[in-house]
Design a protein around this ligand. Structure first.
Ligand code: ADP
Ligand code: MG
Length: 708
C-alpha cells in the first residue's frame, strides 16, 4: 500500500503551469509575434515561418526551464491512442565539445515521422511512406513530466504527403470550420451582427475501472486484450448499488488526487470525480472546452489515468467491458454551440425571439440526427463497445433523441396545430400566429437511457465507448448539423417574409423528423419494437455500423463540407474492418493460450488430486466417497467439453487468420470466432465454480473488483 502523502497546495497556483497558454505567450512573446499568432489562430490561417521561429525559440526556452530535454509532435493516428516521436533539443557538438539547445520554427510547425506503420487504409502507398505532422496552434503546447523526464508536446495534425487526413484531428478541425460557417449564417438571419465565430463546446465524461496491478499482471487476458475473456461472477456484484456515488476509498482517493494534480498542471480542468455503478468503477469529468482542445484533453486524461495508476501499484482499465456481467464504461460527449461573444445556441432563452432561433436550431439538429443516425452510430462503434451497447447499462444501439416533457409538449402543439399556445408549466403565452412559447430550461428530468439527450443547454451523446477517441463523434455531429443549418439558411436567406418562412420551416422539420424523438425508457423491449415500427435502424455491432461511412449520402455530406474526401472515407472503413479483425484475432489467440496452458493443466491437477484422494480414502477405510466421485465426474465432463470447444475456436481462429482483410473477414470473426469464444467460455466459467480456488490459475472477478 502506498504511503499517503499530504502536501496541500492551492489549485490556482499550479493550474496550467505546464502549458504554453495564452498568459504565458502574452508574457514571453514579443508583442508583435503574440498578435500575429493570435490573429493566425483566430482566422485559422497557416503560421508564417518568421513568426514560427520566434514562437519556437520562446517555447523552447520556457520548456527548458521546466526541465524539458526533448520535444515531440503529439498526434492522434487512427489507432485510437496518441502517438509521438521524441527528438532532443541538442544540436551537433560544437568545436569546443559543448552542445546547443535549438528548436526552429520549421521544427515547431512541421514534422515528418516515418508514418508507414500507422494505419492508412491504403491512403499512403508504401513507397511514399512519409506522413507529416502540422502544429494545431489552436491547441496549446504543454510540457509533460514523467519517468521519461520532461517533454515539450506539440499537438499536431497528421496527414499523408498528399494532404489526406491520417488522424482524428485534421477532419475535426475541418468540421469545426464547417459548423462555424453555417452557424454564423444562421445567427445572422436573426439579426446577430456581433458574433464572429461559433465553436462547438465539448465536455467529455470519462468512465474507467481501477484494479490492483498485481491482479492485472496475473490475468493475461487483461494484459493482452484489455478485458477478461473468462471469469465467473462473484457472489456479490453491483446489485446492492452500494458503490455508486459511495465514499471513495483512501487508496483510490490518493490516486485521484495525483491524477487531478497532473491534469491541472496540464491545464485540464478536471472537475468532478465519483464512484460509478460497478464496484471498482469511477468517473472523471473536466469542464467543457472548445471541441479540439476537449478531444486532446480527453486523450491526456486517458494517458494520465494509466500513468498515475501505475505509480500507485494500480491498473486503470479503459476497456468498454472489462468484466462480463458487470456494468461497462462509456464516455458522455456533451456538445453545444457557442459564439465568441458567449451566446450558446442551444440555450432556450427567455424571449420568444430567442426561442424561435433556438427552435430552429433544435429542429435542424433533429433533422441531422434522423438523417444521419447511421453515421452517429458508426462514430460510437468500436470493438469493445459491442459488448456494452444495448445491455441495459448503456444506451440501446438504436439512435433516438430525448427532449424532455416540456419541450416535447411544445413540439406536439406545433406539429398538431401549427402553433404553440401554451406551455406545460401553465404560463400564459402570446398566441400570435408567428409567436412561439417561452419555455423554461428543462433541468429536472434525467433520462439516462437515451443515446442522445437534450440536457438543458447542450446535447449529450452517450453512446461513445470509454476507450474510443471522441474525435469521430464530434466530427460527425459538427458536419451533420452544419448540413442542416446550411439547407435551412439556403431557404431562409431568400424568403420574402422571414417570420412566416422560419415558422413554416420549423414545423416542416419537426413533422418530418418527429420519429427520432423518444422520451421513454430506452432499455425496454417495447422501445425496440416501436423503433422498428418507426423505421429506425438498430445496428447492433461494429461490423454492421462501418458501411455507413461510405454510403453515397455520407460521401456527399462530407465532401460538401470538405471534411472527408471519398478516398479518406473508404480508407477509414478499411481501417475499421482491419482493426476489428485484428483485435478479435488477438482475443482468440489469448483465450486459446490461457485455456490450453493454464485452465486445462490446472483442471487436470485438480482431477488428479480428486482421484488420488478417492483411492487413498478407499484404501484407508470404507468411507463414502460419492461426493468426491461426483465432483470428479462433473469436472471431467466440463474438461472434455472445454477441450471440444477449444478445438473449435482453434479452427475458427486459424481460418480467420488466413483470410484477406476487409468486410468479409470482419464478419467471419464476428460470426464464427466470437461465437466460438463465447461457447468456450461457458464450460470454463463453470469449472471456475468447481475447481479448488487454490488451484485456479488466476485471480477471480471477486479478487479483482473488490480488492482495491
Ligand atoms: P452529468 O449530470 O451527466 O454528470 P454535468 O452537468 O456534470 O453532467 O456535465 C457533464 C459535462 O458536460 C461536463 O464536462 C460539463 O463541463 C459539460 N457541459 C456543461 N455545459 C456544457 C455546454 N454548454 N456545452 C458542452 N458541454 C457542457
Ligand atoms: Mg452525463
Amino acid at each position: 500500500m502506498e504511503e499517503i502523502k499530504n502536501e496541500y497546495y492551492n489549485v490556482a497556483d499550479i493550474f496550467g503551469e505546464n502549458v504554453f497558454n495564452d498568459a504565458t505567450m502574452r508574457e514571453r512573446l514579443p508583442k508583435k509575434t503574440y498578435q500575429k499568432l493570435k490573429e493566425t489562430i483566430r482566422e485559422g490561417r497557416e503560421l508564417d515561418l518568421e513568426t514560427a521561429d520566434v514562437v519556437a525559440h520562446e517555447m523552447k526556452e520556457w520548456a527548458i526551464e521546466k526541465g524539458a530535454t526533448h520535444y515531440t509532435h503529439w498526434f492522434q493516428p487512427l489507432t485510437g491512442v496518441t502517438a509521438e516521436k521524441h527528438d532532443s533539443f541538442i544540436t551537433a557538438p560544437m568545436s569546443n565539445g559543448k552542445v546547443l539547445m535549438s528548436f526552429s520554427g520549421k521544427e515547431l510547425i512541421k514534422g515528418e515521422p516515418d508514418a508507414s506503420s500507422f494505419p492508412s487504409g491504403g491512403l499512403r502507398a508504401t513507397f511514399e511512406a512519409r506522413g507529416y505532422t502540422a502544429w494545431d496552434c489552436t491547441s496549446p503546447a504543454f510540457v509533460r513530466q514523467d519517468a521519461a523526464g520532461a517533454t515539450l508536446c506539440i499537438p499536431t495534425a497528421f496527414c499523408s504527403f498528399t494532404g489526406e487526413a491520417l488522424d482524428q484531428k485534421t477532419p475535426l478541425l475541418r468540421s469545426m470550420e464547417a459548423i462555424n460557417k453555417q452557424s454564423l449564417r444562421l445567427v445572422r438571419l436573426f439579426g446577430n451582427t456581433t458574433s464572429h465565430r461559433v465553436t462547438p463546446s465539448v465536455g467529455v465524461e470519462q468512465e474507467y475501472f481501477i484494479i490492483d496491478r498485481k491482479n492485472f499482471l496475473a490475468r493475461k487476458d487483461l494484459v493482452y486484450t484489455g478485458r477478461t475473456l473468462i471469469g465467473a461472477m462473484p457472489p456479490k456484484g453491483q446489485e446492492m448499488d452500494d458503490h455508486y456515488f459511495g465514499a471513495i476509498r483512501e487508496r483510490i482517493a490518493a490516486f485521484m488526487r495525483d491524477v487531478n494534480t497532473e491534469l491541472w498542471k496540464l491545464g485540464v480542468s478536471a472537475k468532478t470525480q465519483h464512484n460509478e455503478v460497478a464496484p471498482a468503477q469511477h468517473e472523471l469529468a473536466p469542464i467543457y472546452a472548445e471541441a479540439n482542445v476537449a478531444v486532446d484533453h480527453n486523450q491526456l486524461i486517458m494517458e494520465t489515468l494509466k500513468k498515475v495508476a501505475y505509480r500507485h501499484g494500480l491498473q486503470c482499465l479503459l476497456h468498454e467491458k472489462p468484466f462480463k456481467g458487470v456494468n461497462g464504461s462509456g464516455k458522455h460527449d456533451n456538445w453545444s454551440l457557442v459564439t465568441d461573444d458567449g451566446i450558446n445556441l442551444l440555450e432556450p432563452g427567455n424571449t420568444p425571439h430567442d426561442n424561435i432561433q433556438f427552435l430552429l436550431v433544435l429542429a435542424c439538429i433533429l433533422r441531422a440526427v434522423d438523417d444521419h443516425a447511421d453515421l452517429l452510430r458508426e462514430s460510437a462503434a468500436d470493438v469493445g463497445n459491442d459488448h456494452r451497447l444495448g445491455g441495459d447499462e448503456a444506451p440501446p444501439s438504436v439512435i433516438s433523441v430525448y427532449l424532455g416533457e416540456q419541450l416535447q409538449d411544445v413540439l406536439n402543439q406545433l406539429i398538431s396545430t401549427g402553433e404553440a399556445t401554451h406551455s406545460i408549466k401553465g404560463q400564459k403565452l402570446d398566441t400570435g400566429v408567428k409567436t412561439l412559447p417561452d419555455f423554461l430550461k428543462d433541468a429536472t428530468d434525467r433520462n439516462r437511457t437515451s443515446p442522445f439527450a437534450f440536457t438543458g443547454n447542450k446535447f449529450e451523446f452517450r453512446m461513445v465507448g470509454s476507450e474510443d477517441s471522441v474525435g469521430e463523434p464530434n466530427i460527425v455531429l459538427n458536419t451533420i448539423v452544419a448540413e442542416a443549418f446550411s439547407d435551412a439558411c439556403d431557404e431562409l436567406e431568400k424568403a420574402e417574409d422571414f417570420d412566416s418562412a422560419v415558422h413554416d420551416l420549423i414545423k416542416k422539420l419537426l413533422n418530418e423528423h418527429q420519429r427520432i424523438v423518444f422520451n421513454g425508457n430506452g432499455y425496454s423491449p417495447e422501445w425496440a419494437a416501436e423503433a422498428e415500427k418507426r423505421g429506425l435502424a438498430n445496428i447492433t455491432n461494429m461490423v454492421d455500423a462501418i458501411p455507413a461511412l461510405t454510403t453515397e449520402k455520407s460521401v456527399a455530406l462530407f465532401e460538401k463540407f470538405n471534411v472527408f474526401s471519398r478516398t479518406e472515407l473508404e480508407s477509414r472503413a478499411e481501417i475499421e474492418y482491419e482493426i476489428y479483425s485484428k483485435k478479435l484475432n488477438i482475443e482468440a489467440k489469448t483465450m486459446i493460450d490461457i485455456v490450453r496452458k493454464l485452465i486445462i493443466p490446472a483442471t487436470i491437477r485438480y482431477t488428479t488430486a480428486l482421484a488420488t484422494s478417492i483411492n487413498q480414502v478407499k484404501a484407508a477405510c470404507d468411507a463414502d466417497v460419492s461426493t468426491q466421485t461426483e465432483m470428479l465426474l462433473e469436472v471431467s465432463d466440463l474438461l472434455s467439453e472445454t477441450r471440444i470447444q477449444l478445438a473449435k475456436l482453434e479452427d475458427a481462429q486459424k481460418e480467420g487468420a488466413t483470410m484477406e482483410n476487409g468486410a468479409e473477414r470482419a464478419k467471419f470473426y464476428r460470426d464464427h470466432v466470437a461465437t466460438a469464444m463465447a461457447d468456450l467460455r461457458k464450460p470454463v466459467d463453470s469449472l471456475e465454480m468447481l475447481v479448488d480456488k487454490e488451484m485456479w490459475p488466476m485471480p477471480s472477478y471477486g479478487d479483482m473488483i473488490f480488492e482495491v
